[in-house]
Design a protein around this ligand. Sequence first.
Ligand SMILES: Nc1ncnc2c1ncn2[C@@H]1O[C@H](COP(=O)(O)OP(=O)(O)O)[C@@H](O)[C@H]1O
Ligand SMILES: [Mg+2]
Length: 542
Amino acid sequence: MTDNAIEMRAITKRFPGVVANDSVDLTVRSGEIHALMGENGAGKSILMSQLAGIYRPDSGSIRINGKEVNFTNPLQAIDAGVGMVFQSFKLFPSLTIAENVVFRQEPTKRGIIDRRAAEAEVAAIAEKYGLQLDPSARVSEVPVGVLQRVEIVKALYRGAQILVLDEPTAVLTPQETEKLFEVLRALQADGRTIIIITHKLSEVLSISDRVTVLRDGKSIAEFNTKETTAAELTQAMTGRDVDLRQPAPKQPTGKTVLAVEQLTVAGTGRNAVDSASLTVRSGEIVGIAGVAGNGQVELAEAIMGMRPTLSGSVSVNGKTLDRASIAQRRDAGIAYIPEDRHAVGSAGSASAIDNLALGHHRHAPLLQRGLLSKQRLTEHAKRLISRFGVKIASPATPVGTLSGGNLQKVVVAREMDTESPLLIAEQPTRGVDIGAIAAIHRELTEYRDRGGALLLISAELSEIMSLASRILVMFEGRIVVELDRQEATEALIGLYMAGHSPDSVATEASDAAEANDTAVASDAAEASDATEASPAGGAQPA
Ligand SMILES: Nc1ncnc2c1ncn2[C@@H]1O[C@H](COP(=O)(O)OP(=O)(O)O)[C@@H](O)[C@H]1O
Ligand SMILES: [Mg+2]
């Protein structure tokens, strides 16, 4: 007999050119909530994919409840009681929630599918654990937070005793995250074992009983959550001490650089951007918060001229750009860090030298008698590579070979280097390691302090809260509210992100106050992250 639900021993999994898991050990006790933590690319998803029968280990062993297993497909893992909720959901949009949950295990009556029984069963599971959903709703019509609940119910319907969730909070508002954690606690109380993958310190500290940290494909450390600290976890995750203190937001005074008026962009069904107006001043960071897919990308692309608009106008430094091409907008002073750094942000087969020179072709310092100087371009690339800590063999290496985080640093470096009066940054730190996040944040605030105007679009609310002095929230294409940083709390922003209007937020005041407590608690955790992780010790969190 064993009290361990899962014992993964010396798991090694290679892909061409990478060792995704390098002799990893993971022990999860029965009935605990176990956090699997690590930076992007540490090997978390691959490790769990082997537990779920998606991949087979090259070597190593897996035991479930003491019994060795050798899954060759996901169905065997499900039979062994392992259910996994992936980062990208695998549901049929045209079917209802109930149909998706019971798919291929439908209850039948006299040989035909019993739809009513399916809906009743799905409703019963959902209700038991506090998962709010309507079994008869069509999957194409429900928001992403609900899709996640459907995946959880699906796993439970299939008898999951061990539930694995891969970065489940990435698509949730703070309130939805707190609700998910309540569901996980209810599942735990019912005797299930839970593994949650996350890279967020505050989440590990608030939900887990124990935590395993992966770094560079290896298991680095295992802690009882109560006995560890944010500093210790950060150290394990990154291999060094990281100063997580954030520079404080400051009040801008400069003139208006970007003015967007009543901008509307077509979408499928409703407008992707619906009559959005905003301004960004010199020396100011304006943040746009929102659940991904609410028009943020389309708004940025419309400002950049990459997407046609139905109506409205965009001007930079008083100059109207409505008929301007992308190149003309860049010349007018807009730099752009796009969300899709592969398709839009970089040329994969070109070297770092060429990628870092893009957009600089008309700039004097890199030209020699009207031609781009190879030597100057190389020196320019070397300077940026070192300033942004890009890990690359040589400036001549094609950027297509870089990891996601390093490619992101190349794009950020190039755009920040232009010293344009306006910078639009979409998810500037996505997929970047913690140390580099701090460095990029410093670059962004220094850019602001030099008088730059920054429009920051981020799905990481903590990033917006720590950098922006004004915060706009987008929902279904509209800017539903503008908040001063001082009046904004994560809980309040979360309500707007979920589609509440300013009126309904007022009536939800008591809920908000309650949610506020949790937000404050997690803020405090982050703040103590900062203090404890600071190499100097007792630094003041911002
Ligand atoms: N299907 C694949 N083919 C090749 N390499 C992969 C594949 N999936 C993941 N990797 C690589 O394995 C490593 C670990 O990835 P992953 O487990 O997804 O990391 P994370 O900790 O972010 O979940 C990364 O270097 C990643 O690029
Ligand atoms: Mg992953």
